[in-house]
Design a protein around this ligand. Structure first.
Ligand code: IDP
Ligand code: MG
Length: 150
């Protein structure tokens, strides 16, 4: 089953939107398999956002993601990466459709509430940055067959 990393960024925690964001992913049917409230160090931030190291917004992005606690999660589903990205909306909330997390709850590209991995390889890389193998749980849900035709 595919897994993806989701972060409720510092703005989401500060705005008391942790529950709202988790709730949207839960209601969609994805399965939560790991979660923690944590402070991101500068080293972790730079590794996580390494692909953007040369971009002008990189220093402010690292400053922001390390500025206050975040919630890190791993969510599981068939096509989890794509489903989560579609649930989150586009990078710029101003262009994100209503019904998406960013389109409904955010305004600014630098305060877009949530991170979702952009592909299966980056998902695996990012999950390994944030979680140890033993922190990711395998379990069944009694309603799985009501979410997915097996
Ligand atoms: P994503 O979060 O939708 O995958 P990325 O392009 O991977 O978007 O960028 C990572 C994060 O960097 C974005 O979520 C956003 O917070 C920030 N960011 C991206 N582009 C800009 C920009 O042009 N100005 C300011 N911040 C940006
Ligand atoms: Mg990205």
């Amino acid at each position: 089953m595919e897994r993806t990393l989701v972060l409720v960024k510092p703005d989401g925690v500060q705005r008391s939107l942790i529950g709202e964001i988790i709730s949207r992913l839960e209601r969609r049917g994805l399965k939560l398999v790991a979660m923690k409230l944590m402070q991101v160090t500068e080293d972790l931030a730079k590794r996580h956002y390494g692909e953007h190291a040369e971009r002008p917004f990189f220093p402010s992005l690292v400053g922001f993601i390390t500025s206050a606690p975040i919630v890190a999660m791993v969510w599981e589903a068939e096509n989890a990466v794509e489903v989560v990205r579609n649930t989150i909306g586009g990078t710029n909330p101003a262009d994100s459709p209503m019904g998406t997390i960013r389109g409904d709850l955010a305004l600014d590209i630098g305060r877009n509430l949530v991170h979702g991995s952009d592909g299966p390889e980056s998902a695996q890389r990012e999950i390994e940055l944030f979680f140890k193998t033993e922190e990711i749980l395998e379990y069944g849900r009694s309603n799985d067959s009501w979410i997915k035709e097996l």
